[in-house]
Design a protein around this ligand. Sequence first.
Ligand code: ZN
Length: 234
Amino acid sequence: MLLANLREQVLEANLDLVRRGLVLSTFGNASGVAREEGLIVIKPSGVPYDEMKPQDLVVTDMHGKVVEGTLRPSSDLPTHAALYRAFSAIGGIAHTHSEYATAWAQARKSIPCFGTTHADYFHGPIPLTKVMTDSEITGEYEANTGVAIIRAFKKIDPMAVPAVLVANHGPFAWGADAKKAAENAWMLEAAARIAWFTVGINAKAAPVGKTLHDKHFLRKHGKKAYYGQAAGKK
Ligand SMILES: [Zn+2]
């Protein structure tokens, strides 16, 4: 069986999404990529989470062609594959319809960074894609969802803002690996929920200032990070 460790990791990431209450019905999927091998491991379509085993996951190439597995891959695979091809630093992707993030996506509003909970994980507002055109929807819909996301990141580093809202659909999050992608999906939902409360209390609430935003993101990420324990120390 190919990529046994990655299969385990992607299975755990899918279960993380469920355990954290981010998956409504079966609207959720996580994947991981093995860059050297050029292979993607993704959740199968329509298998109940409590019965899912590592061997049920589907291995595909970078264009979504099944390489190993008897089950059909998640229907969102072409979106995942497009993101892996475009964003070379990412190692995992998580898609959910978590309610608060989805509400912002349906309202067609990007999520401003109102405070440090958001700033710790996302170095900027959570961008919103353009509304997809009819021909994008009737054509290769899932692949075009990837195109819409990539377009929204023309001027944004996907590792600095590892999440997006697809207009009228819901969030995608990613990270260095599948576990991190699931964590970012969880933090995105928290940021979306708290932002909603914030504008409920004060509709004119201002986004956090640049200095505080930079401070919180950069102390956890990048070359000068000092928050938590150094890699290998724990
Ligand atoms: Zn979806």
